[in-house]
Design a protein around this ligand. Sequence first.
Ligand SMILES: Cc1cc2nc3c(=O)[nH]c(=O)nc-3n(C[C@H](O)[C@H](O)[C@H](O)COP(=O)(O)OP(=O)(O)OC[C@H]3O[C@@H](n4cnc5c(N)ncnc54)[C@H](O)[C@@H]3O)c2cc1C
Length: 482
Amino acid sequence: MLELGGTVTMTVETPVAAEVDVLVAGGGTAGCLAALAAARNGACVMLVERHGYLGGMVTAGNAGLTMFMKFSGDPEEHAADQETLRERPLDVQIAGGITKEFADRLISSGAGIGNFGQAGSYIFTSSEDTKRLLFDMMEEAGVQLRLHSWAADVLMEGDTVRGVVVESKSGRQVILAKMAIDATGDGDLCVRSGVPFHLGVTPDDITVKDGAKIGEMHAMGVMFKAGNVDLKTTFGWLTENPNRFAKQPFARFTFAEAKAHFERGDMATINILMDETPRRFQVYNLPTPGVVTLCCPSFSGDGTNVEDLTRAEVVLAGMVDRWLANMRANVPGFEGAFLLDCPEIGVRETRHIAGEHVLNIEDIYKQVDFPDSIGRGSHPIDTRPRPAWLQDPETSYPPRWFFHIPFRSLIAKERPNLMVVGRCMSATHEAFGCIRPTVQCMITGEAAGTAAALSVGKGLDDIRALPFEDLRNALTDQGVLL
Ligand SMILES: Cc1cc2nc3c(=O)[nH]c(=O)nc-3n(C[C@H](O)[C@H](O)[C@H](O)COP(=O)(O)OP(=O)(O)OC[C@H]3O[C@@H](n4cnc5c(N)ncnc54)[C@H](O)[C@@H]3O)c2cc1C
């Protein structure tokens, strides 16, 4: 019925524009790693991305890449791990394979800045250089890019995805694929193909027993860049005013460590405490001199709702303006700072897609060694709500800690040729709080891309028929740390 609130059925003739082995929807870090891994393992791969560039939250949202080494809640052990990272990296490192290769290339090309000249807790990047590096890597691997294209729908045959419908300035087109990987962050392909999901807090989350509301989502936010910042002056001021410094959770540098890192030209994150609201500014240095990233004005809303997304952009643009004015007025080193880059809103949490295994916080905390482990993560929960017994992730996790990620959490439930990677993989809200940082997302992408290519190579049309031994061997050969 053609009236407000009614629905319209439309039949649109749609050309089949291409046929590939593996289609990856979403070119964030999870999707990029999936595409690279699939192409390097011999598959014909297409990567579909709605923006005109790759990198997702890392380039479109200024986010950092966390975390490459085992987590230690104990500050002394953490400091020792930083030293070990320099001398014997494999003793503390959790990420290998293409994930580590990407990190190394970020740092060696000058597009990224890490600890001790390598990937430690964090890497921060220059978005423009990262975009170019990702293009280079795709070209080297022979990945076909389809930019400025939305993955809008799927073509199903029973439970199997036969193709993906893309919308672009060229109109609506179909790309046929043997295997599909959903790296859209919000599970768009999975939803279109009817896979169940939960938004935000799930009924399986422990915090629900403490009164957390099912559906509650971690807030959206924006990380923005300021130019003409003299961080040397800021560090000098903080030396005189130590009460203005707070440790950045998870990076956990003391002021002396942060200052030493900064003076060496490494990644040095600080939290600056303020008397007025907002109470703290997170500041990250970048490879580009005089430019810093600041985090994070936030907005509560649903990142799968276009009206919430629109409102968030408008509200957060105003908040960024006020934050920067506050910095200019109150923080030495920021007097001449100007807004260099206020990217689009970053969505932290939306859908958790149901997979063959739903990763939960007990799997993570107890470090369950899954028989189908495809890699390790090490980030503690950094979302709210979280269980009372994990209120302080800095102290409540075992020393030198990491967890395993099972392959089954990347296989969309009852869909033989559809995988889901990155922040929307199959996990509860609490487990998502450990999985969502970028490094963990990249590890899932590399595994799914490798599995998709191996399956196509063996003529399998059901990813679940791939012997895990084959995947494990391929990942080990790629240098993934299992
Ligand atoms: C404000 C904020 C700060 C953060 N800070 C950090 C940090 O410091 N360190 C850290 O490790 N993590 C951080 N994170 C988390 C981390 O950045 C993300 O969880 C992670 O990058 C997600 O990776 P992804 O590849 O799953 O998704 P994304 O990076 O979101 O990539 C998804 C990609 O898919 C594309 N896409 C979406 N839908 C479609 C579609 N239908 N068709 C085609 N393309 C589509 C998007 O354009 C995007 O490129 C932060 C997140 C936020 C929001």
